[in-house]
Every structure is written in structure tokens, then in C-alpha cells.
Design a protein around this ligand. Sequence first.
Ligand code: ADP
Ligand code: MG
Length: 636
Amino acid sequence: MADIIQLLPDHVANQIAAGEVVQRPASVVKELVENAVDAGATEIKLIIKNAGKTLIQVVDNGKGMTVTDARLSFERHATSKIRSAEDLFSLHTKGFRGEALASIAAIAHVEMNTRPQNEEVGTRICIEGGKFITQEVVATAEGTSIAVKNLFFNVPARRNFLKSDQVELRHIIDEFHRVSLAHPDIQFAMYHNGNDLFSLLPSNYRQRVVNIFGSRTNEKLVPVSENTEVLKLSGFVYKPEHARKSRGEQFFFVNNRFVKSPYLHHAVVAAFEGLIREQTHPGYFLYLDIDPKSVDVNIHPTKTEIKFDDEHTLYAIIRAAVKHSLGQFNIAPILDFDKDSGLDTPYSYKDKQASVPSIEVDANFNPFRDEGEETGTTDAARGSSIGGGKSRNTWQSDRRGSSSSWESLYVGLGDGDASANFSSVEIESDEVGGGKQEQVLFDHREENLPSVSTYQLHRKYIVTTIKSGMVIIDQHRAHQRVLYERFLRQMTVKEGVSQQLLFPIVLQYSASDMTLLSELKGAMEFIGFAIEPFKDEEITITGIPSGVSETEVSIILEQLLADFKDEIPDHSFSQSDRMAKSLGKTLAVRTGDVLNEAAQEALVNDLFACKEPGISPFNRPTYITITIEDLEKKFL
Ligand code: ADP
Ligand code: MG
């Protein structure tokens, strides 16, 4: 047999390696800015076009490169930062693998201009897809400027995989935050499509946080500081009342390198235990100085994951120090932070299961009531009551709705798969509740049976009968579907009904949240929010959609921001779609909410008036049917 193994050509190998280093524009930003920091720059400029898809440029005033170094820097495993494996244990640079520039050059058009200090002229190198195009002597500023254009131009699969500009820009901003927070002594600026996004003068840690996240951040910060033999810890946490639903500002830096450490994150969360609401996240900016020998930064190619020799000790120190700071600033009751179980009792209340209230009886509910008692229309109960945030937990309505007219849908349906048919059935909602209609309905009902219309089971399901058996509806998912379709419709036809607020609601957000909110503003107005033009870091809401309560507004926005940041739901196509999902999720009745009969019926009616009643906006079934036959089989 002939030999078949070959060495891959360099440019192919580089392209493969690039996949590890460069996942998206933000990865390029990270590598280039870190190189600038390593080069000792005191001023770094980041210039972005179209979320980095067209251009990523980093300009620094660092030490620059000689002609030879400039050329060599694009070779794989070419680095000035380590010489031997031992150097890995005393790292104080960001880079050391010597892979970044080679990888980036393999999958983009790169132009580098660089001049070392004390040299008259500099070097320009252009590379496209790993091929050297030009190298010339140029007059250029001291330091280095690297422009990366048309990222992934030769890897269409990667290019197509990129998310929207908004999402990619967020990732870039995240990287920018990380590196600029780690180096407050360096001046940073960032521009996107010609707009000045950040301009950060050299400062201290606290000012840097405030300059990035907004002037109101200052009063939120509680300093943390601890000096031990193994670890020097400094930084800030947000006061507990500023814990957010989204995971916003959570930063660990080890020796001035941003790292992710779920374990240490947990230490901070543990320190906040009992002080913040469930499902909210504390904000923190914590800087750890550790002997580089006891850290291994090399376990991940992009180097944000990290391994410590003695994680347990670090955990204990961090938890205690944060707890202590919160206590010192009179934020927490001052407790011994050396974990005295006796003293800890108040905290542990939080973890106790809320005791389940004993069975609640709906006084209005009468399974044996006579149909004849029912009068009027369901309009009051239907639709308009759904989505009412104020009354969500009680849903007390002073009258019972009429029987569930949606049952008419099933009259005459075969016993086949009912769910398959639901979406194709038209309903004429105007007739709902009309006497004549009821007559038709009940003709089909077996005589002498009590006319039970709906019943809430375990505060989670709405059970109701249909001709062929029964339907069990998941109240939360069903309501999500109803709200989702309603908001989507409102955004499409721009017809949201707004209720004017007597006292406008003023909310504060960071600059990056404001950017996101300004993109969502239009859609929010379509569904009934009235929002004044944005000021610095403040939004003023003068009207809200009808059916939404004032107290829910900040939660809605919080959830919107969280969803849009986390790219959840991931597979959504449009902004309106994602927004409708997010609002539906926030405002839908929950498992555990008691629905009175009118609300139950309204929900059922609304659900089956939906275009796709069978699934929630998140693709989960909203109801199941159990036919008489199914039941009969069970009794065999
Ligand atoms: P690494 O940073 O891991 O060493 P890179 O591929 O990122 O590898 O860079 C290769 C080398 O190019 C660096 O070691 C450094 O000597 C040089 N270099 C890269 N960017 C700059 C810059 N902005 N200023 C000066 N030198 C640079
Ligand atoms: Mg590097």
C-alpha cells in the first residue's frame, strides 16, 4: 500500500488552529488588545465597524516591533513572551502561546503598521488568508496598529455562524470591559461605526468601574479588601439591593487577567446569602493577586478558565472578606464571618421551603351549579383580565364567567388527534357567550351531568371537559402563548393600548444597557409603553401597556435586558419575536397562582383563540387531551 500520510501545509494548519483561538470578532478584540497591553501601551484605541465583521482595529502606543519581529509575529508559535516551559510558571503577560496573530491572519485580511520606539521608520505588512501580500517601510506612529478586515472571509461556515451585529457587539463590549477593568492605569477608547462608545482616562479601579458602568454606580459599590499570605484580594461588590435578575457585572481578575471561575463565583454568592432575592445575582469586581506559581492559566486555549492550587482556601477567604465588607458597611447584620452555625440561622431562613399554604377553597366554585344561573357575557372576564399583572395572584373577579364557550370548537370533531385540529379551527369570539350559542353547546352535552366548566388542579393546571373527554391545560405555558401572540400582534399592527401614569417611573441603567434599550424602545412603544427620550443613564416611562402593573415595569425591563444579553431564546428570528417571548415569560401567570373561575375560563378561551394554541412560545406543549376511550382503557 502506498503511503498516505502528509504534513498539512502551514496555511491549512493555521486555519484549523484559528478555529480554536478565533470564534468570533470578540476573540480578535481580546487577542489584539491583550497584545497591546503586553507591549506596555499606555493608550489603546479600539475601532470597530459593523460589530467587527468589517473591521477590528487596535492602535497602541506600546513598544512596537522591528522589521524582523513584525514579520515573525505572524508565524505560529512565535512569541517574545516565554523562552522555555519554566517561564509558564511565572507568567505576567497575557499572551504566551504565540498563536493569535498567525491564527487571525489565516482567516482575515490583516494590515499591521508598527514602529519601535527610537526608530525613524516603521514597517507595514499586509497578509490575506495567511499569505504575505506586501511588506514595506513606512512612516508611522510609534507603537502598533493592527487592522483586521473581513473576518472569516475564507471560512464561510464560520461567517454564517456569526450572530446579529447587536449580539456580536455585545461580546466585543464584554471583552473591552474585561480588559479595561483589569488595567485602569491604561487609557482606553472604543469606537463603533464612528460613534464614541467609551473613552476612559487613566484612573484608579473605582473610577474605572464608574466610568464604564455609569456615574450612579459609585454609590452602589462596597469596597472589599483582604491581605493574606496566599492571596491579596481587593475590589468591590454591589450593595445587595442592586442585585439584578441578569448576570450583568460579575468580574474576577487574577493577576490582572479576567477569569471565569464558577467555584469562586459561588463563594461570592454564598457571602450574599440571605441578603438578596432568589434568582437575582450580585454584582462584583474582584481582583486577586496570587503567586503565578500557584495558578495554571494554560488549561484553556482562550485562557479565561483557570486552575488554582488551593481553591478551598481561596473560596473561604473570598466568602469571608465579602461578607465582612457587607457587614462593615452596615449592609448585612454584622455576623461572625468565620461561619458560626448558630449565628447563621437567619440566613438559612431563605433556603427554607416556603410552607405551602393549606388548601384554599374557591368559594365561588360550585361543580353542581345549574346552567340556568349563568347570564351575561364573558367579555369582562375574557381576554382583558388575562395579562393583568396586578391581580395575578388573586384573580378575584366578582362574577363567574359563562360556561366555556370554546367547547364549541370540539363539537363535531372526530375523536382523532384533537390537538392537530385545534390550530385550524376558527372561532368567532364575538359570539362567545351568546345564549344561542350556549344552546347549541349544551345540546351536545350529556344530559343530567353537572356542567362543570373548568377546574384548577394544584394551582398549575386547568382541567376542563370536551365532548370527547377532557383537556388539561398548563396555565403558565398557555398564558405565555396568549400573551406572546397578543404582543406580537400589537407590535405588528402597532396598536398597543397605553395607560398614562400619574407619576412617571424613572429607572437607571448602565451605558451598555442603555444601548440595548434604545434598540428596543421602538418595539416597546408599539405595545403601549410611553417612553421619554433617553437621558444619560436614565429612562423615564410615562405610560405602560394596559394590563401591566407599575410594579412590574422594572422586572419586565430587567428580564428583557437579560434575555437579549443572554441571547435567549436563541432560535428566535426577529426582535419582535424575542421581545414578545420575553414579555410573555415575565407576565404570564405562574404555577402556584390561584385563578378564579372567570380567569380560568378566560384563559381557556384565549388559548384556543390563538393561532397555535398547542405549544408555548418556547415550544412546549400547552395542553393535553384525555379521551373517554383513554379513560375507559384505564379502567379495564
Ligand atoms: P503571544 O501574544 O502569545 O506572544 P501573538 O501571536 O499574540 O502571541 O503575538 C506574537 C508576538 O508578536 C508577541 O509575542 C509580541 O512579541 C508581538 N506583538 C504582537 N502584538 C504586538 C503589539 N501590539 N506590540 C508589540 N508587539 C506585539
Ligand atoms: Mg497575544
